[in-house]
Design a protein around this ligand. Structure first.
Ligand code: ADP
Ligand code: MG
Length: 654
C-alpha cells in the first residue's frame, strides 16, 4: 500500500462484536470484513500455528475448540485483584494470572509455550484486523481512528484502549462514549433511510438504549445545536444477548435430558455447539414466530435432535431479563429527573435491541413515544465514531455539509474552579462548557512574604466552596517572597477531549510550576451532579446572602483591626469622645463573628450591616484624627496639633 488515507476511521470496539466505518463524500459507510460481514466478533483464537481474529475465531469457539480469547473489554484497564475481574474469570474457559503490579495476564498455550498476554494485546488484534479491512476497502494505509468506549469507562480503561490502538498501528484521535456516538449518528440523521436530521436546532432529550451481547447501557442524552451531552447513564455490565442465549440453552439441555435421558450439559463441546445454535435460533425469532433447532451428534445411533422453539417460548424464558432492562431504563430516567413523556425519542442500539417483546415493553413505558429505528442497531456507534473521526481529521473549511456545526461531543457537567479568599469558589471553567477546553487566570498572595500558595480545586455550582465537591489540592512552593498581592500566580485548568482535567500553577519569577491531574473517579457521579445543580437553584438566595455576609465580614474585620491599631497607639489613650464612639466595638465584633451568618433575610442583613458600617466609619474617623493630631511628625517635635479644625458631624452615637 503506497498511499496514506489522510482521514480517520471510526471503530466500535464491542464486548462481543466490533464494527468499523468511515465517513467519506458526505456519507457513512460500514466496512465489511473478509467474509462480507458488517460486524466482527471481538474474539481472537490461538489455534495450531495460526492467530485468527473475528468470525474465524468465533467459529472455532462454536465448535468447542479451546484457545479462543474473548471479553478483553471486560479486562482492559482492570487490576487482577479487582472484584469484577475475579468474578468474570470464573466464567472464562481460559486462564488469567496476576502480572507485575497486579496486571491482568491472559494465559494462552500457543506453539508449545504459554503466552502471557495483556488484555490490550487482544483488543489490539481485533483493532488491527479492522484496520486491515478498512485498508483493503479504501486501498490506502490507515493510521488514525476514533474509538468508542462505554460512558462509564474510567481513565485507566480509556487509556488502555488507546494503548491497544497504538499496538494496532492506529493513532486514537479520540476516545468517544458509545451512546454519544450513537446519538451523533441519530442526530445527524446519518444512517437513517429518510436522511432527515433530527433536533439539531432545538434541544431535545433522547434515550440511547444499548442492549448488546453481554452488557446493557442506557444513557439520557441532550442534543442541542450540534452538542451532545450525556445527562445520565445506567446499566448492567452483565446483562445482554448472552443471557437470552443461556436461558434458551438451559431449556434445550433440559429437553434433551427429559426426552432422551442424555446429559449433554456434561460435554463442553456439545454445550458450545448448542449455545451457538441457540443464538442462531434467537436471532431468527426476532423476525419469525417459530424456528427449528436441529443438531447431529447429540443422540445415539446418528439420530438428529430436533426442537421447535416459538417466539412465545423465548419470551417466557426471558421475562426476567426484560424486566431487568426496564428497571434500568426507569433508573436512568429518574437519575436524569425526566419522565418518559419528556423523552423525544428512544434510540435503539445493540444487536439485542431487536427483540420484539423488548420493543413492545419499551413502547408501553414511553406511551407511544417513537422508538427510533432510524439508526442501525449494530452500526450506529461505529458510524458516529466515523463522523467524529471525519470532523477531527478534516480542516474546518473542508468540513462536509452534514457535519458542519457539529463541534463537540461532550461537556463539563459541573463548574470547576479554585478556592479564593477563605472559602469563595472562583470558577475557571463554567458548567456545560464544551471540551476540550483551557482556561487561565492570575492570582496573587494574601500575605506578605508568602512562600507557598495552596491551590484547592473544586467542582460545583455553589458560590462557597464548603458546599461544593473538592477534587484535589496541591501547594506551589518556593514562590518569590514579596509584599502581599505582588507575586503573579498563573493557574491553568485544562480539560482534554477525553475529559481528563489537569491543573497547573506557575510563578514565573521564581520559575516554579506544579500540576495536578484529576482522575475521573474523583468527580461526582451523575446523580450527585444533578443534586448539586438542584441545590444550587434551591439555595440561590441564601447563597447570595451568605456570600454578601462573607464579603462584609472580611471588610468590616479589616476596619476593626485598623481601629484597634490606631487606638492602641494613641499616646494618652482615646479621648472621652472617642471612648464613647468605641462603645459599640465588643458588641459589633461579637455580632460579626457569631450572628452575621444567622441573618438570612437580605433586607435585615443590609440594615444591620449599614448600621455597623456607619458606627465603624465614625469611630475610625475620630481615631485617625486623634492619632494624626497626637503623633509628633518628624521635624515638628512635640508640637501639638490644632483642634480648631474640628469638622466632625455632631450627631451622637446611637
Ligand atoms: P456488543 O455488546 O459487543 O456491542 P452487539 O451490540 O453487536 O454487541 O450485540 C450482540 C448481541 O446481539 C449478540 O448477543 C447477538 O446474539 C444479538 N443479536 C444480533 N442480532 C439479533 C437479532 N436479530 N435478534 C436478537 N438478538 C440479536
Ligand atoms: Mg456495542
Amino acid at each position: 500500500m503506497t498511499q496514506d488515507f489522510d482521514g480517520a476511521i471510526g471503530i466500535d470496539l464491542g464486548t462481543t462484536f466490533s464494527c468499523v466505518a468511515v465517513f467519506l463524500h458526505n456519507q457513512a459507510e460500514v466496512i465489511p470484513n473478509d467474509l462480507g460481514n458488517r460486524t466482527t466478533p471481538s474474539c481472537v483464537a490461538f489455534h495450531g500455528d495460526d492467530v485468527l481474529v473475528g468470525d474465524a475465531a468465533k467459529n472455532l469457539a462454536a465448535r468447542g475448540v479451546p484457545g479462543v480469547i474473548y471479553d478483553a473489554k471486560r479486562m482492559i484497564g482492570h487490576r487482577f485483584s479487582d472484584k469484577s475481574l475475579q468474578e468474570d474469570s470464573k466464567r472464562w474457559p481460559f486462564a488469567v494470572a496476576a502480572g507485575e503490579g497486579d496486571k491482568v495476564l491472559i494465559q494462552v498455550p500457543f506453539k508449545g509455550e504459554t503466552l502471557a498476554l495483556a488484555p490490550e494485546q487482544i483488543s489490539a488484534k481485533v483493532l488491527a484486523y479492522l484496520r486491515e479491512c478498512a485498508e483493503k476497502h479504501l486501498g490506502k494505509r490507515v493510521t488514525k481512528a476514533v474509538i468508542t468506549v462505554p460512558a462509564y469507562f474510567n481513565d485507566a480503561q480509556r487509556e488502555r484502549t488507546k494503548a491497544a490502538a497504538t499496538i494496532a498501528g492506529l493513532e486514537a484521535l479520540r476516545v468517544v462514549n458509545e451512546p454519544t456516538a450513537a446519538a451523533l449518528c441519530y442526530g445527524l440523521g446519518i444512517g437513517s433511510g429518510a436522511g432527515e436530521s433530527h433536533g439539531t436546532d432545538k434541544a431535545i432529550d433522547v434515550v440511547v438504549f444499548d442492549f448488546g451481547g453481554g452488557t446493557f447501557d442506557v444513557s439520557v442524552i441532550t442534543i442541542d445545536s450540534g452538542s451532545f451531552a450525556v445527562r445520565a447513564t445506567a446499566g448492567d455490565t452483565h446483562l445482554g444477548g448472552q443471557d437470552v442465549d443461556t436461558n434458551l440453552l438451559n431449556h434445550v439441555l433440559a429437553d434433551i435430558q427429559k426426552r432422551y435421558q442424555v446429559d449433554a450439559a456434561a460435554n463442553p463441546r456439545l454445550v458450545a455447539k448448542l449455545r451457538a445454535a441457540c443464538e442462531r435460533v434467537k436471532r431468527a425469532l426476532s423476525h419469525s414466530t417459530s424456528e427449528e433447532l436441529a443438531m447431529d451428534g447429540i443422540l445415539p445411533q446418528g439420530e438428529e435432535y430436533l426442537l421447535t422453539l416459538s417466539r412465545a417460548k423465548l419470551e417466557e424464558l426471558n421475562a426476567a431479563v426484560f424486566d431487568k432492562c426496564l428497571e434500568v431504563v426507569k433508573r436512568a430516567l429518574k437519575d436524569a429527573a425526566l419522565k418518559p413523556d419528556e423523552i423525544a425519542e428512544v434510540i435503539l442500539v445493540g444487536g439485542s435491541s431487536r427483540i420484539p417483546r423488548l420493543q413492545e415493553r419499551l413502547s408501553a413505558l414511553f406511551k407511544g413515544k417513537r422508538l427510533s429505528n432510524s439508526v442501525h442497531p449494530d452500526e450506529a456507534v461505529a458510524i458516529g465514531a466515523a463522523v467524529q473521526a471525519s470532523i477531527l481529521s478534516t480542516a474546518p473549511e473542508q468540513q462536509s455539509s452534514r457535519t458542519a456545526g457539529v463541534v463537540l461531543m461532550d461537556v463539563v457537567p459541573l463548574s470547576i474552579g479554585v478556592e479564593i479568599d477563605k472559602g469563595k469558589f472562583d470558577v475557571l471553567i463554567p458548567r456545560n462548557t464544551t471540551i476540550p477546553y483551557k482556561a487561565t487566570k492570575e492570582y496573587s498572595t494574601v500575605e506578605d512574604n508568602q512562600e507557598d500558595v495552596d491551590i484547592v480545586v473544586y467542582e460545583g455550582e455553589r458560590p462557597q466552596t464548603k458546599h461544593n465537591h473538592k477534587l484535589g489540592e496541591f501547594a506551589l512552593e518556593g514562590i518569590t517572597r514579596a509584599p502581599q498581592g505582588d507575586p503573579t500566580i498563573t493557574v491553568t485548568f485544562s480539560v482534554d477531549a477525553d475529559g481528563l482535567l489537569t491543573i497547573t500553577a506557575t510563578e514565573a519569577l521564581a520559575n516554579k510550576s506544579k500540576s495536578l491531574t484529576v482522575e475521573s473517579s474523583e468527580h461526582l457521579s451523575e446523580a450527585e451532579v444533578r443534586q448539586m445543580i438542584e441545590m444550587a437553584a434551591k439555595f440561590q438566595k441564601e447563597d447570595a446572602a451568605s456570600l454578601r455576609a462573607d464579603d462584609a465580614r472580611a471588610a468590616l474585620q479589616g476596619q476593626f483591626e485598623e481601629l484597634d491599631r490606631l487606638v492602641a497607639r494613641l499616646p494618652g489613650g482615646p479621648s472621652a469622645k472617642l471612648q464613647k464612639r468605641l462603645k459599640f466595638v465588643p458588641h459589633g465584633k461579637e455580632w460579626l463573628a457569631r450572628k452575621l451568618d444567622q441573618c438570612k433575610d437580605t433586607a435585615e442583613l443590609e440594615g444591620k450591616l449599614g448600621k455597623l458600617t456607619k458606627l465603624l466609619e465614625k469611630a475610625l474617623k475620630r481615631a485617625r484624627k486623634e492619632s494624626s493630631r497626637k503623633r509628633p511628625r518628624a521635624g515638628e517635635a512635640g508640637e501639638g496639633g490644632n483642634d480648631s479644625s474640628e469638622e466632625e458631624d455632631s450627631n451622637e452615637d446611637e
